[in-house]
Design a protein around this ligand. Structure first.
Ligand code: SAH
Length: 224
């Protein structure tokens, strides 16, 4: 497959899966038209690189469905002046989308192999406004807090306290919360006065957020 084929697949993805649904924010649509999702997955999945579903990456994790990423970043209303935090770097695809929209992006992944792979893919695709680390993202990233926008790309059982504390006022946080196999996307807004407002957006299915404040997974690798 050639670069032209991928560009055409991306245009079709934006038209049918994003603007064809309820993604209206032009800067979000432009970011999805630009970021090469195929660079973040294994070559054996290239024909589905821009399809309407999540794809497997290593360590039984997934790169999220483009529409869900678009929906979440649209809710965050990210500006070039924003400092954003992502929990669950995974492949690095969503990190690249955030890097197109925000000024600075910080991303935490619990599995070292994935952080290393994402780092390579983000270097290859030329993103420079990104800082990655391996660790428990439920704790946020105190050193660089507070953040204007926070996105969590794995399902939490309950709202992680450190993340709301590391949110600026005003600021926005979007995350999946709920039982292990089915969650709801929540938009959490911290107002200028520091009040917390929560809004349920829709049902979703994410891989579990694992760690001290997350799901206890007996099979989880002890990378951190
Ligand atoms: N945004 C990613 C989605 C990856 S799936 C992408 O576009 O590819 C969710 C990721 O969250 C997985 O890589 C998983 O290892 C990671 N994760 C799970 N619990 C975590 C935690 N407590 N801290 C940081 N990352 C976590």
């Amino acid at each position: 497959m050639r670069e032209n084929d991928f560009s055409e697949m991306r245009r079709n993805m934006v038209a049918s899966q994003l603007s064809g649904r309820d993604i209206r924010d032009k800067t979000v649509l432009d970011a999805f038209e630009k970021v090469p999702r195929h660079e973040f997955i294994d070559a054996k999945f290239y024909k589905d690189a821009y399809s309407d579903f999540p794809l497997p990456i290593e360590n039984e994790q997934t790169v999220s469905q483009p529409y869900i990423v678009a929906l979440m970043v649209q809710l965050l209303d990210i500006k070039k002046s924003d400092k954003a935090l992502e929990i669950g770097t995974g492949s690095g695809y969503e990190t690249a989308i955030l890097a197109e929209l925000a000024g600075e992006v910080f991303s935490v992944e619990r599995l070292k192999d994935l952080t290393e792979k994402a780092k390579l893919a983000l270097k290859k695709t030329g993103y420079k406004n990104i800082t990655l680390k391996t660790g428990d993202g439920m704790l946020g990233w105190e050193e660089f807090a507070p953040f204007d926008k926070i996105i969590v790309s794995a399902g939490a059982e309950t709202m992680p306290g450190p993340l709301t504390r590391q949110l600026k006022s005003p600021g926005k946080l979007v995350l999946p919360v709920g039982p292990r196999i089915r969650q709801k996307i929540l938009l959490v807004e911290k107002t200028g006065k520091g009040e917390i407002l929560e809004k349920e957006i829709c049902d979703c299915m994410f891989v579990p957020l694992i760690g001290r404040y997350g799901w206890k997974d007996s099979n989880a690798r002890k990378d951190i």
